[in-house]
Design a protein around this ligand. Structure first.
Ligand code: PLP
Length: 368
């Protein structure tokens, strides 16, 4: 089965094989994996050990975002969040629940944020930070991290980046962008690894002393202190050790491919998908120039026989799994173009989608 989803993604058999072993988290043969993981992820994000740390914690991407919000913002501090879609809303919800104050900046769901709107909003001196979703997974739009970072930096503000669906393919260089207080990612999207860990790549000077996060589990400063005092070869609590093992293999594969080549492959996947969908009469939600390489939304056929779950089931029978929900204003289906897949998979998917529509008796395709 191929997962055409924006994470967890289709993985290479070697990555999967690394999950199928019993490992003791404290075994001396296993512990070096943790230290090597944080060093490699720090380097991949452009961090230098003197100024930055890659802090791993158990859980999914949201766990990392909560830890980042509790780490780089003090209680009551205000964070400006451009409302790009579902993941921006989630960041706002996590901030509010953690007692930090989100300030919503209206934004389009079909094109990238205009950095100028961020610049204008930062005229408000009560705003401490900007929270940016680099690749908004609900819409498929990629925001210009360098341009928005430059605006924040000019205004003397820092940035919290949700890089969960971007890291490993889209560029991130925290040394070139010192305004980035923290960037959050997981292994199971563009790194093509397995779920179970979240990583916060953070500036050391952005964190308070341990104990100020309002949570022990989510206290980044405590994770940093633990790593420093006990060594990076240990976790505070039981780590998802198989997932760490799989990430080591996934990182080897990323090193062999190269980040830019990976981005080029995903971009080609998205182009093959677009062509294939248009060939069967379906219209992508976004204009081509605003379509990012991570996930594409395709407008649902304007036919009364359309039923997303039936379509998903018909595709699944043919070996392709897509999400059975959509996040756009108009009815659509979404296709992730990341993971261990290439354009032949998206050509195959497009034929399967044509067959699935025929099986469902759908003649009328996307509205013009
Ligand atoms: C996947 C994703 C997350 C995290 O989701 P989890 O299910 O918690 O791993 C956060 N932000 C974006 C943009 C994502 O794509």
């Amino acid at each position: 089965m191929k997962l055409l989803t924006p994470g967890p993604v289709t993985t290479h058999p070697d990555v999967r094989a690394a999950m199928a072993v019993d490992l003791a988290p404290w075994d001396n043969d296993v512990c070096p994996l943790y230290a090597s993981m944080v060093a490699r992820l720090l380097a991949l994000g452009g961090g230098a050990e003197a100024t930055h740390a890659a802090l791993p914690l158990q859980g999914s991407g949201h766990f990392g975002l909560e830890a980042a919000l509790r780490g780089v913002l003090r209680p009551g501090e205000r964070i400006l969040i451009p409302m790009t879609g579902a993941y921006a809303e989630r960041m706002a919800r996590l901030a509010r629940a953690a007692g930090r104050e989100p300030v919503a900046l209206p934004a389009s769901a079909t094109r990238p944020i205009d950095p100028d709107t961020v610049r204008q909003a930062l005229a408000d001196p009560t705003i401490a930070m900007v929270g940016l979703v680099q690749s908004e997974t609900s819409s498929g739009v990629v925001n210009d991290l360098a341009a928005i970072g430059a605006v924040a930096r000019a205004a003397g503000r820092r940035l919290l980046v949700d890089a969960v669906s971007a890291f490993g393919a889209l560029p991130l260089d925290v040394s070139a962008q010192p305004e980035i207080a923290a960037a959050v990612f997981t292994p199971n999207k563009c790194l093509e690894g397995m779920p179970g860990i979240a990583v916060v790549l953070t500036r050391r000077d952005a964190l308070p002393a341990p104990g100020e996060a309002g949570s022990w589990c989510f206290d980044l400063a405590d994770i940093l202190e633990h790593g420093e005092k006990r060594g990076w070869a240990t976790f505070r609590f039981t780590p998802p050790v198989q997932s760490v093992n799989a990430l080591a293999v996934a990182l080897d594969r990323l090193d062999a491919e190269g980040r830019e080549a990976r981005l080029a492959r995903y971009t080609d996947n998205a182009a093959a998908l677009r062509t294939g969908m248009q060939a069967i009469g379906l219209r992508p939600v976004l204009e081509a120039r605003h379509q990012g390489p991570i996930v594409s939304n395709i407008t649902a056929p304007a036919d009364p026989a359309w039923d997303l779950q039936r379509f998903v089931d018909a595709l699944k029978k043919r070996g392709y799994l897509i999400s059975n929900f959509y996040d756009t204003e108009v009815p659509s289906f979404r296709v992730g173009t990341i993971g261990a897949l290439d354009r032949t998979d998206f050509e195959g998917f497009s034929s399967a989608a044509g067959e699935a529509l025929a099986e469902m008796g759908i003649g009328r395709r996307s509205a013009a």
